[in-house]
Design a protein around this ligand. Structure first.
Ligand code: DGY
Length: 319
């Protein structure tokens, strides 16, 4: 059986695919494969491992309805037209759980980087502008003992909450479509309305999936309801905040700072005004990019592919 991989996966995954006697073809160029190229590449394949943001929309799925399984190299599946996949009976697998801690680490890193203006200060050294010791350079703010608001308290949100509660005794509030009573018990998180989340959070960290309900959720009207000294963090999907509105909210000091691992579009343009702001830290979607997590993701992907090719239920199926 043949498997097409539209990018890079951890070596352990390639090895395990080979051990299962699968013939691998891999996209190796240093750019995202285009929609047309992906259709062409999948023409004579049995399975696809989809790496990156390629849209697996109705056009793609109808053109590739012969695929027996698609394994996503992500926990997020907003790039897939699930209704069409279901209609065509193509099972879709993802990689939940194993990337929660690494992604929460990225949110935690961004929170600290923003609060201490770390990226801005780093750029100052690179420019040669570190001339002497200044006791009051562009001052940061501290997160110790402050209130962390989680928008979307699932696995990743819970990891972020645990890290912030343990490291900085932060009080955790959250807003979800439904209450997460396990998390309430585990870390004493308090469920609040969306409006209360905005009004009370010192750090507001987004961990929800991108859906029709969460798309463009953070607009100017929403940023206006946040504290002027608050920090907005998004490691989920760039489509959840409106980028123009975020820029305006920062320029007009409606919020204090922002840390993003996801942007809209991706990649972000190098001249984006966010990159020049003091209180902003941006990373190129590296949320789960660690050796350990990529290896764990690759192993799940192989399980999904192997079971899917046998016509069995995927161990990690998205519906
Ligand atoms: C995920 O797993 O969804 C990451 O954001 C990679 O896309």
């Amino acid at each position: 059986m043949k498997v097409f991989i539209s990018g890079t996966i951890a070596p352990v995954g390639l090895k395990q695919l080979e051990e299962n006697n699968l013939t691998i073809t891999q996209w190796k160029e240093n750019r995202q494969i285009t929609a047309e190229e992906l259709i062409e590449a999948c023409k004579d394949q049995d399975a696809l491992i989809s790496v990156g943001p390629n849209k697996l929309n109705a056009e793609f799925l109808n053109a590739c309805k012969h695929l027996k399984v698609i394994a996503l190299h992500s926990v997020g599946f907003d790039q897939v037209d699930l209704d069409t996949a279901k209609k065509l009976n193509i099972p879709i697998g993802n990689t939940p759980g194993v990337l929660s801690s690494a992604t929460a680490d990225t949110a935690f890193l961004l929170m600290l980087a923003v609060s201490r203006k770390a990226f801005f200060s780093h750029k100052k050294i690179i420019r040669g502008d570190w001339k002497n010791y200044e006791p009051s350079p562009e001052l940061g703010i501290e997160v110790n003992g402050k209130t962390l608001g989680i928008f979307g308290l699932g696995k990743i949100g819970l990891e972020m909450a645990k890290k912030c509660a343990a490291a900085y005794q932060m009080e955790v509030i959250y807003h979800n479509r439904s209450r997460n009573e396990d998390a309430e018990k585990e870390i004493g998180a308090k469920y609040v309305s969306f409006e209360e989340l905005l009004a009370q959070s010192d750090v507001l960290s987004v961990h929800t999936a991108l859906t029709s309900e969460t798309k463009d959720k953070f607009t100017l009207d929403v940023f206006k309801q946040m504290k002027p000294n608050s920090i907005f963090i998004n490691t989920a999907r760039g489509g959840i905040h409106n980028e123009k509105d975020l820029i305006k909210a920062l320029e007009e000091k409606m919020i204090w700072g922002a840390g993003l691992d996801v942007t809209n579009p991706e990649p972000m343009d190098k001249n984006n005004p966010l990159l020049a702001m003091e209180n902003v830290a941006v990373l190129p979607h590296i949320g789960s990019a660690t050796e350990e997590t990529r290896a764990a993701m690759a192993k799940i992907i192989v399980q999904n592919i192997v079971e899917g090719l046998k016509g069995e239920q995927l161990p990690f199926e998205v519906w």
